[in-house]
Every structure is written in C-alpha cells, then in structure tokens.
Design a protein around this ligand. Structure first.
Ligand code: MG
Length: 253
C-alpha cells in the first residue's frame, strides 16, 4: 500500500471553480453574520445557513460528514469548534463561532468566523481581534518556496505575543475535491519544516485561539470541543490558494 501523503496540486481551472465556491460561501457567511443577535438559537443559524445554501444551489459539506447532524458548526463561548446547533438562545455578551462548508461543482469550500453578540467585554474583543489577525499573519506565509510550517509558526508566534494560546489538537487542512485533504496545517510549531509550498496547493487555514490554556476536551455528544479550563475560544478560517505571486483568499468576495 502506498502510504505517501500526497498534496494535490490544483489546475488553474480547478482554482477557478474553488474561487467561485469561495465567493458563494462568503456571501452566505456575511448574511449569517448579519442575522446574529441576542435571542436567536444556534438551530436558527443552522436553518438559515441551510436555506441560503439551497438558494445558492450548493450542498452543505458538513451535514452527514462522519455523522455530523447539521449544516454548520456553532460553538459558543468556551466551545472551540464542532458545536452542534440546538435550541440554545444567544445572549448579549456571548461570542459565537460559525464554521461553514459547501460543495459546489464537486469542490469544497470551508470558512469560519467568530463574532460577539451585542456588547462583549474588551477581553473578548481582543481575543477575536488577535485570532482574526493571526489568520492573516498565517495566510501571508502561504507562498511558493516557503515551508508549510512557516504558516504554523507565524500564527503561534503572533498569538503567543498577545498572551493567548493556540489549540494543538485541531488543525487546518488541504481542501479541494475533498473536505479534508493533505496536508494538515497546524497553528503551532517551528518554522522551516514540512513540505515546501507550491503554486496550486489549496489550504484551509484555521487558527483556534484560547484565552486560557490551549488544552481542549470533547463533550459527551462526541462532537463539541471545549476548552479544558472553561475559558472562551475563537476561530477564524479561510480557504486559500497558493499562487505564483502569493496567497489568494478564496472565501471572500
Ligand atoms: Mg476547516
């Protein structure tokens, strides 16, 4: 058996399809952001996402994936990722991470954001700001000739300089005709390690950043990841194509 881990290189045409998919996903993501307010349930967010996906004629990538029951992941406060939408109302001062993926013309696209509900504390605002900025710090390293771990190292260095911690147990990934492809993209580690990045690689880069310890555990539902110390966590993600002249963020307008 060939166990060599292959990073699939996408053609220009394939990147064109991934860009279309990413544009649609960013429209859906923006509309969900606008709907988030105190009183709505995470199940409402899932229903909205599903109807938007239907409207844009794309399929939810997460529904049924390894048995996941919904179209989006909704992770509130100390929940890191993979929260299952349910009848839980958001309230003023909460933070919520929404992770969404679609399938468009046989290609996957994946993005995530964290947002405050109503007024959040300055501490939470800083958590969100640093996490979002760390994503762009990582994306900036997604260039030909860099090593994969230059992305990881840049994210960790940035986050820790702000006295926050990066989750170790969950990482980013390659993306294309599959939701999760090689390589894994950790948000931590030394620089100048791992594969050399090449034009045509497509990566979902997704720092998960905690206010307290980086350690996490999984709840009894088998999905929801929470911080071990119960402190809040944030998550931002873009799908990014590595082009000759640098990174192309696919999941934006
Ligand atoms: Mg992802």
């Amino acid at each position: 058996m060939n166990t060599k881990k292959i990073i699939r290189i996408k053609s220009k045409d394939e990147i064109g399809v991934l860009r279309q998919a990413g544009r649609i996903l960013s429209l859906i993501s923006e509309e969900i952001k606008r709907s988030l307010k105190s009183g709505i349930t995470t199940k409402d967010i899932d229903s909205l996402a599903e109807s938007l996906m239907k409207k844009h004629k794309v399929a939810p990538a997460f529904k049924g994936y390894r048995g996941f029951p919904c179209s989006v992941c909704t992770s509130v406060n100390q929940e890191v990722v993979h929260g299952i939408p349910k009848n839980r109302s958001l309230k003023d001062g909460d933070i919520i991470s929404v992770d969404l993926g679609i399938i468009f013309n046989d290609f996957y696209s994946d993005t995530a954001f964290t947002i405050g509900v109503g007024t959040i504390t300055p501490e939470l605002k800083r958590l969100l700001d640093v996490t979002e900025k760390s994503l762009y710090v990582g994306i900036d390293k997604a260039r030909p000739e860099n090593h994969l771990s230059d992305i990881s190292h840049a994210i960790q260095t940035f986050v820790e300089a702000h006295h926050l911690s990066v989750v170790r147990e969950f990482v980013g990934h390659g993306i294309g005709r599959n939701l999760h492809e090689e390589p894994e993209v950790p948000n931590f580690g030394p620089a100048h390690c791992g594969p050399i990045l090449e034009e045509g690689m497509v990566l979902a880069i997704e720092p998960m950043v905690n206010l307290g310890t980086y350690k996490t555990r999984i709840l009894e539902d088998g999905w929801t990841v929470v911080t071990e110390d119960g402190k809040p966590s944030a998550h931002f993600e873009h799908s990014v194509a590595i082009m000759a002249n640098g990174p192309l963020i696919l999941t934006q307008k």
